[in-house]
Design a protein around this ligand. Structure first.
Ligand code: 5AD
Ligand code: SF4
Length: 439
């Protein structure tokens, strides 16, 4: 069978990045080989995101360009998966005429079948049902050659229904994978040379709730640390309400658990947090941070913030700024509120205008840059352990590694260091990276 070329473009979060790896694996069994060049593709898949309107716009403009390729090559097969596909379902075909198939967040395992029926019947297909949910996350995607770290999905879906968020509608209810299946997958990855794994889920802290076998997120981590070969464990994303004291203790007790937590706070105003249905107050959030920092003084804390949520006043916004000054995050992902169809926030009054949202966002980002630089500068002169991931993006002659705290360090070193854990001395801090030297 002659190999066909597959081009996958991923939009959005790490969950999507990992889903795309699984798509590539499934389709390799059907004779498709990944290409970086869209023009050479026989099959193009866009793995879409719809968390904010901007993400959806990017998908539509890319589909515009792909439509032109299809005019030149009518044999080209085009599919869309991921959150926007889940949201639109058959409507996607009406909006974008060149599509051959639309598949949802729970239907990845059906891809080979879908592609084969498109080829045979040349008819448009839509698969967006939520049944067979766990089938989709049980596909083993072997790591790329020379990869040092890998993602492992431990759960999918979310039951939180934060007022602004479409995820619970598009990824369905929370569902955890049995822990033996996860452990087996991580063992396989370790055998293939993977040193670091990132456990993925929309709300990893509620891992195990639907399993009824007594397992929870902390017990899962305690099993993973025993797997030889795995040197580092990370996870994302956590919900502040569900971050348990046991998990906080785990950071102090388990050497392999990286000293970084991404803990999205969303706002520094209690009034807005309540409107968002987040289930904690700013004080409760800060208490958890204090606890983490007391046990692990250099732990790195990153977060997400939304500005311009409906009803956010200048005073509420100022409270977010005050909270940032108090906490001083290592880095922060900040977004303008984007209205999403079907969410509770869509019905709220007091919409903030776009210019005002932009002003709030820019001022907040300037402040965060100062804090990031300040936190990074604290590392100057210190020895940090890195896992060396590969060549640096900035210079051919440099290598790049990450600290346990998730910071990028560029340094001069030989290629055979890739995949190793090693110490470097931090010589200079910047906003987006650090410079290091071998001791
Ligand atoms: N508008 C803006 N930002 C959003 N996020 C989620 N939904 C929206 C929305 N409708 C942000 C939150 C979340 C991150 C992944 O995306 O900050 O933590
Ligand atoms: Fe969305 Fe809230 Fe669930 Fe995160 S916890 S995925 S923000 S609903």
């Amino acid at each position: 069978m002659k190999n066909k070329n597959l081009y996958i473009q991923t939009f959005g979060c790490q969950m999507n990045v990992h889903d795309s790896e699984q798509m590539a694996e499934l389709l390799s069994g059907a004779g498709y080989k990944l290409t970086d060049n869209m023009k050479l593709a026989d099959l193009i898949i866009l793995n879409t995101c719809s968390i904010r309107e901007k993400a959806a716009h990017k998908v539509y403009s890319q589909l515009g360009r792909i439509g032109i390729l299809k005019e030149q090559n009518p044999e080209l097969i085009i599919g869309v998966g991921g959150c926007l596909a889940q949201h639109l379902g058959t409507k996607f075909h009406k909006k974008v005429g060149c599509l051959d198939f639309v598949f949802g967040t729970h239907n990845i395992h059906l891809l080979p079948e879908i592609v084969s029926s498109v080829k045979k019947k040349r008819k448009k297909i839509t698969e967006v049902d939520f049944h067979k949910a766990l089938n989709s996350i049980s596909v083993f995607a072997p790591p790329q050659r020379n990869a040092v770290s890998a993602f492992v999905t431990i759960m999918q879906g979310c039951n939180n229904f934060c007022a602004y968020c479409v995820v619970p509608y598009l990824r369905g209810p929370e569902m955890s994978r049995p822990s033996d299946e996860i452990i087996e997958e991580i063992r396989k990855l370790a055998d293939l040379g993977i040193k670091e794994i990132t456990l993925l889920g929309q709300n990893v802290n509620s891992y195990g709730k639907n399993l009824n076998d007594g397992s929870n997120f902390t017990s899962l981590i305690k099993k993973i640390v025993k797997i030889s070969g795995i040197r580092r464990i990370r996870f994302t994303t956590s919900h502040p309400r569900d971050l348990s004291p046991e998990l906080i203790n785990c950071f102090a007790e388990e050497e392999k658990l990286c000293k970084h937590i991404h803990l999205p706070v969303q706002s520094g105003s209690n009034r807005v947090l309540e409107l968002m249905n987040r289930g904690y107050t700013v004080d409760q959030y800060i208490k958890k941070i204090d606890h983490l920092r007391k046990l692990v003084p250099h732990i790195s804390i990153t977060s997400d913030v939304i500005v311009g949520f409906p009803g956010e006043t200048k005073k509420d916004y100022q409270e977010t700024i005050d909270m940032m000054e108090k906490i001083r995050f290592d880095s922060l992902f900040s977004f303008k509120y984007s209205e999403r169809e079907g969410t509770a926030a869509q019905k709220l009054k007091g919409k903030v205008d776009e210019d005002e949202k932009l002003r709030r966002l820019e001022a907040l980002q300037m402040l965060q840059n100062q804090h990031t630089l300040e936190r990074n500068t604290e590392l100057e002169g210190r020895i940090q352990e890195l896992l060396v991931e590969g060549r640096s993006r900035n210079s051919e002659n440099d290598l790049m590694g990450r600290t346990s705290s998730w910071k990028i360090v560029n340094f001069k070193g030989e290629l055979d260091l890739i995949g190793k854990l090693m110490n470097v001395k931090i010589s200079k801090a910047y906003i987006h990276s650090l410079r290091g030297k071998l001791p």
